[in-house]
Design a protein. Structure first.
Length: 29
């Protein structure tokens, strides 16, 4: 259970990071 929670947190963090990287160019314009 603990491992799953850790994995899910890492997955969410990765998705947020990807979203930020994709949005930065749009905001910089």
């Amino acid at each position: 259970m603990n491992l799953l929670k850790k994995y899910r947190c890492r997955l969410i963090a990765g998705v947020l990071l990807l979203a930020v990287l994709l949005l930065i160019p749009l905001l910089v314009r």
